[in-house]
Design a protein around this ligand. Sequence first.
Ligand SMILES: Nc1nc2c(c(=O)[nH]1)N[C@H]1C(S)=C(S)[C@@H](COP(=O)(O)O)O[C@H]1N2
Ligand SMILES: [Mo]
Length: 315
Amino acid sequence: MIIRRPSDIPSSEITPRSVWLRRREFIAGAAALGLTGASSGSASAAPLKAALSPLSTDEKLTPLEDVTSYNNFYEFGTGKEDPAAYADRLKTRPWTISVEGLVAKPQEIGIDDLIKLAPLEERIYRMRCVEGWSMVIPWIGFPLKVLLDRVEPLGSAKFVAFESALRPDEMPGVSGFFKVLDWPYREGLRLDEAMHPLTILAVGLYGETLPNQNGAPVRLVVPWKYGFKGIKSIVRIRLVETQPETSWNQQNPSEYGFYSNVNPEVDHPRWSQATERRIGEGGLFGGGRRPTLMFNGYGDQVASLYAGMDLRANY
Ligand SMILES: Nc1nc2c(c(=O)[nH]1)N[C@H]1C(S)=C(S)[C@@H](COP(=O)(O)O)O[C@H]1N2
Ligand SMILES: [Mo]
């Protein structure tokens, strides 16, 4: 079973206390290994209280050490270790997100107000990168829908376009001679995908504010899509009428489609998507591969969004 239904979870578990207990256990383990602080890459990590959401998977968590040291955040370099090494240069306060476009009430909202918009939930999600690896991450956040409802989308709004911060002084990866991506990093969702209850804005993980390398101070998490849809360090959210440009699709349209739903039957042009490697498992010698699930295992929740669509053409 993939998603824990509310009925499967003892009520004692849906409490901040259980989160706190689990976190305490985790900190003890991590401290024993000498991993706290140094691995988070962020001196300002602060605890966040959140109740465990029934939309969480009960799969084994990927260790914090892996979640914070094996990252994609190209603004800080293309190596997996670059974000942990350099992302602490990003200043995450003050931070403002503009929500604009086809809405009745456009808003600029400061990060500290954003965090208070809704009760924070812990969402343990399976994440799957297009590169063929996966993790299970205890995010903390709230449904994106909460923010979108506040600005009152107009009837003409059909898509949501997201933009990351672009700060050459703080981001060593954006000013090189060889431009990996057309900055700022941009992503998009159809409005119904953006409003789906599984789609969250994450402001923390493992019981604390987001480490910079994971997209502080706020990033998108869409668990049934490949990881690159989960745009980090968001500064702009724009409601629009037509499908927006996205960075990866622009860089290579044949390899990265707009939809990017996890689909083991649609191979990346250069590799199979049938299996994945769970980070932190399987040892050094290549074990730990598992079959990739349609919609990353979230099909019961999201398949209806794509009824009647050809998911090979709309990859
Ligand atoms: N702004 C920005 N967001 C980004 C990326 C990036 O390079 N820049 N990489 C994406 C990719 S490819 C993945 S797999 C996830 C990785 O998130 P994580 O490092 O928190 O696991 O972030 C996504 N969001
Ligand atoms: Mo990715």
